[in-house]
Design a protein around this ligand. Structure first.
Ligand code: PRX
Length: 647
């Protein structure tokens, strides 16, 4: 098949931070002399005490350890705010667009944001929040969410943001795991005109979290919510009394910065821990080079702060680089599918970074919604979170970007802190659907199932062979799980969980997860989590969840459910289970298909043969592979005969 290649537009290389020649030179230095390279790059942020050590890392069991810049000190909040005050204090740091276009937007300067952050940091201190303490943030996409993050990092508290779409149960689990004493929330969130009962969710969660002493609640919609005397306080009232002067704590580079829970193939979500220095350098450097960013440019990453993309590329990366970062409260199709592009025109957005799932949904609505807007300010587009299919890529390029804007398809993970494989707009010729080449310091490799390295073009499991500054340092509270999850599948290498192909030009094509993780609308979910939610229902005996192809979401959720013997499964139960999962985890985990099955295909030793279920989910049933080890092959025939009709 002929491949389309889009060369770097001719105007870019002369002006870009990196062109093809400098990419190769810089990449070579980054892997051959990492200390020299990163010593230099780390100058892009301010250090309180300069580091002398750079890379001290090993992925081997005998001397396993990851530390970067370990004798340096710094503060991330000061890097995002204070360092800009002298030169660009009046420049806009955050441009906030509300859910309803009829409501006023907000433009917050670096000076104002600095004052807001200091006041809120002082409020946290007044509440007794200490260095190293965990603060749970359950807020919608409002500027106060960024204020809360930066206030935590200012005083050395560790924030743990829980996506505001998660259920009370999911929230409670995360609060308990990291032992938070304090929770920040809002009365309600507002998305696409719908009210999300955040405070009520917190109240429900806290019934299971006896350790929480304080809830600070922002009034967003003014809804009538209950306040628990002695526990809950009003954000604005409490903050008003605070001084806007709060010195930034001097943090060691390896001091914990934040925890973000993410799903893996087994067990409960794990608290991915990032530390201060390496993460700061990684977020700043990747943001600068991947987006070819210069201070003053209007930049919009349409991710939620509840995900890592929101951490690194709505808040920390852009603010460290002195950006004007757009923060959008709403959704792409409300009030209509022009919303994104109207915001681009309203603010003069130059760089837009979004998710394939939103693009596919908008593409389906037709081009008019896009073409009736101007978009003349756009110069660069980005994609993140899941593989972008070439059709959506072409549409993004032709229709949204009018053929003039390069697309940076950025592959990375919560664990990696920032972008790992991506084009650089002034350096890399593009191939639709490929994340192209590794970023500086990233050494990807493909291995087969036995861990044998595949050279040249080929297909395999994607591993990273050496450390990079933005790498996660541990799983909160479970260092053994960190090592076990990432460094034992292929000894001495970081295992990403993704499958990948490398072509003859050395370009990487991510093919998706090869573990029991599915990616639904760019949201990562462990099938085990959905299964345990299902089996928690009193009528369910057993459940197995797999991914299924989905036109808009990328992957959908296909659940096989065996009910208890006395239960007759019917449509009502199906609906009940869908609601149940939404309540247990959140709407993002809504099953697309529930197939009731009298039993699941198992080996004679009682292990569910997920491979067969995956094939059924993928509607690829012509060759189910070897089924001779099944305890009862008739189970599969039953599953095949009773597959629900898929739209
Ligand atoms: O499977 C890959 C997919 O998303 C996973 C990471 O999910 P999460 O930790 O939630 O972080 C998402 C935002 C970085 C990866 O293991 N993924 C992410 N970006 C891409 C991608 N798959 C293909 N192409 C991408 N650009």
């Amino acid at each position: 098949m002929g491949e389309t290649i889009y060369p770097v537009p001719s105007a870019w290389p002369a002006d870009a931070l990196v062109n093809d020649a400098s990419y190769h030179a810089m990449y070579r230095q980054s892997v051959e002399q990492p200390d020299a390279f990163w010593r230099d790059q780390a100058k892009c942020i301010d250090w309180m005490r300069p580091f002398t050590r750079v890379k001290e890392t090993s992925f081997d069991e005998s001397d396993f350890g990851i530390a970067w810049f370990s004798d340096g000190t710094l503060n991330l909040s000061a890097n995002a705010l204070d360092r800009h005050l002298a030169e660009r204090g009046d420049a806009i740091a955050i441009l906030w667009e509300p859910d309803d276009p009829a409501d006023a937007h907000r433009a917050i300067s670096y000076r104002e944001l600095h004052a807001d952050v200091c006041r809120f940091a002082n409020l946290l201190k007044a509440q007794g929040v200490q260095r190293g303490e965990r603060v749970t943030i359950y807020l919608p996409m409002v500027p106060e969410a960024a204020v809360a993050m930066l206030a935590c990092t200012r005083i050395g508290a560790i924030h743990s943001i829980v996506f505001a779409g998660f259920s009370p149960d999911a929230l409670a689990g995360r609060i308990t795991d990291c032992d938070s004493r304090i929770v920040l929330t809002a009365d309600e969130g507002l998305r696409g005109g719908k009210h999300v009962p955040l405070k009520a969710n917190v109240d429900e969660a806290l019934a299971h979290c006896p350790g929480v002493e304080r809830v600070i609640m922002l009034r967003r919609t003014g809804a009538d919510v209950s306040m628990v005397e002695g526990r809950d306080i009003d954000w604005h009232m409490a903050v008003a009394a605070q001084s806007d002067d709060c010195p930034a704590e001097e943090m060691n580079a390896e001091d914990p910065l934040f925890i973000l829970y993410t799903s893996g193939s087994t067990g409960k979500p794990k608290g991915v821990l990032h530390t201060t220095g390496g993460y700061a350098v990684w977020a700043a450097v990747t943001h600068r080079y991947v987006f070819d960013y210069r201070p003053g440019q209007i930049y919009w990453c349409a991710a939620d702060i509840g995900w890592v993309t929101g951490h690194s590329y709505v808040v920390y990366g852009p603010l460290m680089n002195g950006a004007t970062t757009v923060m959008f409260e709403g959704v792409p199709n409300f009030p209509d599918p022009s919303r994104f592009w109207q915001i681009v025109d309203k603010f003069g957005v130059e760089i837009f970074y979004g998710a394939p799932t939103a693009l596919r949904a908008l593409m389906r609505e037709g081009d008019d919604w896009v073409t009736k807007t101007s978009r003349k300010t756009l110069r660069l587009l980005g994609s993140v979170g899941e593989p972008i299919n070439p059709e959506a890529w072409e549409w993004y390029h032709k229709v949204v970007g009018e053929g003039r804007c390069p697309i940076v398809d950025t592959w990375w993970q919560t664990e990696t802190g920032g972008v790992m494989i991506s084009p650089l707009p002034g350096a890399t010729a593009l191939k639709p659907g490929s994340a192209t080449r590794p970023f500086f310091g990233v050494q990807p490799a493909l291995v087969d199932n036995d861990g044998v390295v595949i050279e040249g073009a080929g297909d395999g499991c994607l591993v990273i062979t050496d450390s990079w500054p933005g790498q996660m340092r541990t799983v909160w509270g479970d260092h053994a799980r960190f090592f076990q999850t990432y460094f034992t599948t292929f000894k001495g290498r970081y295992f990403t969980g993704d499958g990948c192909r490398r072509d003859a030009d050395g370009y990487y094509w991510i093919t998706g997860r090869i573990d029991d993780v599915i990616n639904v609308s760019g949201h990562r979910m462990g099938t085990a989590e959905i299964e345990s939610a299902l089996v928690a229902h009193p009528k369910v005996a057993e459940a197995a969840v797999v991914g299924m192809p989905h036109d808009i979401k990328g992957q959908g959720i296909y659940a096989f459910v065996t009910t208890n013997a006395e239960v007759e499964p019917d449509e009502a139960l199906r609906k009940e289970l869908v609601q149940w999962v939404r309540h247990e985890i959140g709407p993002i985990a809504t099953p697309d298909v529930i197939q009731f099955a009298p039993s699941l295909p198992k080996t004679r030793s009682g292990k569910i043969m997920r491979r067969i279920l995956r094939k059924i989910g993928e509607n690829d049933v012509s060759n189910l592979g070897d089924t001779s080890t099944l305890a009862d092959p008739a189970v599969v025939d039953h599953l095949l005969a009773h597959r629900p009709l898929l739209a």
